[in-house]
Each structure stands twice: as structure tokens, then as C-alpha cells.
Design a protein around this ligand. Structure first.
Ligand SMILES: [Zn+2]
Length: 257
């Protein structure tokens, strides 16, 4: 993605209106482009400010008194009393504008990145799959030659299915899942009493991404991109073993022809 395309999408990105794939592409571009990153930071700062309580101006008692008395004066002149004096509104607006201008420079950036949002959905889908064990897999099988073809016609891509049972991560099965506004493949693996969900969908980026791990709500997550696919593994397994799982899967992946 280049700057021009990013500029077209950046408002939608800041308002979280983009689909998952576009969000990730914008985010990738911003990681390498300071200009676009700055544009986004300004948008974010403005967005935060619109929710900032300090913008709700509370007039002092003296000002209230002053306004009331000037309103009373006006009533004497006009029969119809305007609900709010325009002069007062203009004063409040300029106070708010000064506050915005000042705070834009001092406000620290908040807000969630697209990756945070994906991680959040990965956690919810993982938890949901464990709550109803019957629905954890639609195709219960440890045979990748059964699981892989099961996805035919159900997804617009063919997920790589590996079964590293010999390395103590046996495949349990697969199911369709929905993540970031699209259908994705979910493969379920087991390590002793722990389940691992591996979510797979096509990435739009040509470049690969080395694995990254994070922790959310007590779950470990590892994600990476390889050969045009995006992978998110999640489990209550400890980080070392989950990374080990991720490496085993990565090493088995073949470039799709
Ligand atoms: Zn740029």
C-alpha cells in the first residue's frame, strides 16, 4: 500500500470503518511511513478530544450571574426571550476551540490498533469454542486429508492443514469461524489438557511477518504471516509451548502453488 491509497483509507481507519484486511494494510504502511502515521495520530487525537470532558465548559457562578442579568436586560427590551444568547454561545465555542488546540499537542494517543481488535476477536472466538465443546469442531478428525478437503466450497481459500501429532500437538479437527468480518478456517489442536485454536485466512500483504506473541485475558496468542496466509494461534497453554507449536506449524508450511 502506498501513501495515496493510505490517505484515501485513513479516515475510515481512524473511525474503525474498514474491514480487517484493509485495516491491517493501513497499519503496516504506517509502520514504515512517518507522514501517514502522523496524519493518523492527528486524527486520533482529534477523536479523543471530542470525547474529552474538559470540553464541557462549566461557567463560573459569576459568569452565570452575569449572563442571567444580561438576559434579564434583554427581556426588558424584547418580549420574546431567546433560550440561549448567541453571544454566550460564541464565547463558549471559542473557549472550546482554544482547549482543542492546546490539548491536541499534549494529549497522549489512545485507541486500539487493528491488531488489537483482531486479537480481541481471536480471544472471544477461542472462548466461545471452548464453551460449547460440541461445536469446537465441525469436522472432528486427526487426519489432515479429511480436514483440509472439508473446507472446500466453504471458504474462498484453501487453508494449509498440518498435523504435528508426532511432536505432541495432535490435530483434533477443524471448523468454520467468523472473524474480522470474514469466514476463516479454525483448526483445533491439543496439548495434554489444553486446546489450541489456529485461525487462518489469506493476508493481503505480500511480505511475510515473523511471529509475534501477546497475552490477552490470560490466554497466550502467537501470530505470523507466511506464504500469503495470516495465522493466529491461541491457547491457555504456556507461552513457550505455544511458540513451539507455532514454529512447528511454520516449518511445515509449503508455498502454495
Ligand atoms: Zn505514507
Amino acid at each position: 500500500m502506498d501513501c495515496e491509497e493510505t490517505r484515501d483509507l485513513i479516515d475510515g481507519y481512524a473511525d474503525r470503518e474498514l474491514d480487517l484486511v484493509s485495516s491491517l494494510r493501513v497499519e503496516r504502511h504506517m509502520q514504515v511511513c512517518e507522514d501517514c502515521m502522523r496524519t493518523h495520530q492527528n486524527l486520533q487525537a482529534l477523536r479523543c478530544l471530542m470525547h474529552d470532558e474538559s470540553l464541557y465548559f462549566r461557567p463560573s457562578a459569576r459568569l452565570r450571574k452575569h449572563i442571567r442579568s444580561s438576559l434579564r436586560d434583554e427581556v426588558k427590551v424584547e418580549r420574546r426571550l431567546p433560550l440561549v444568547s448567541w453571544r454566550w454561545l460564541a464565547a463558549a465555542a471559542s473557549v472550546a476551540l482554544v482547549a482543542i488546540a492546546t490539548l491536541i499537542f499534549v494529549q497522549r494517543l489512545k485507541g486500539l490498533s487493528a491488531e488489537d481488535l483482531v486479537a480481541q476477536e481471536v480471544v472471544s472466538n477461542h472462548v466461545r469454542s471452548l464453551m460449547e465443546p460440541r461445536h469446537a469442531v465441525d469436522v472432528p478428525s486427526s487426519d489432515q486429508h479429511t480436514v483440509k478437503p472439508w473446507f472446500n466450497g466453504k471458504l474462498d481459500f484453501s487453508p494449509p492443514v498440518e498435523n504435528p501429532a508426532d511432536q505432541e500437538f495432535p490435530l483434533v479437527g477443524g471448523r468454520l469461524d467468523y472473524l474480522g468480518g470474514r469466514s476463516v478456517a479454525a483448526l483445533v489442536y491439543q496439548r495434554h489438557q489444553h486446546y489450541i485454536n489456529l485461525f487462518i485466512w489469506p493476508s493481503n500483504d505480500a511480505q511475510e511477518m515473523a511471529e509475534k506473541s501477546t497475552t490477552r485475558q490470560g490466554y497466550n496468542l502467537v501470530h505470523w504471516e507466511k506464504y500469503g496466509m495470516e495465522y493466529w494461534a491461541i491457547s491457555d497453554l504456556n507461552e513457550t509451548e505455544l511458540r513451539q507449536f507455532a514454529e512447528i506449524i511454520q516449518n511445515r508450511l509449503q508455498p502454495s502453488s
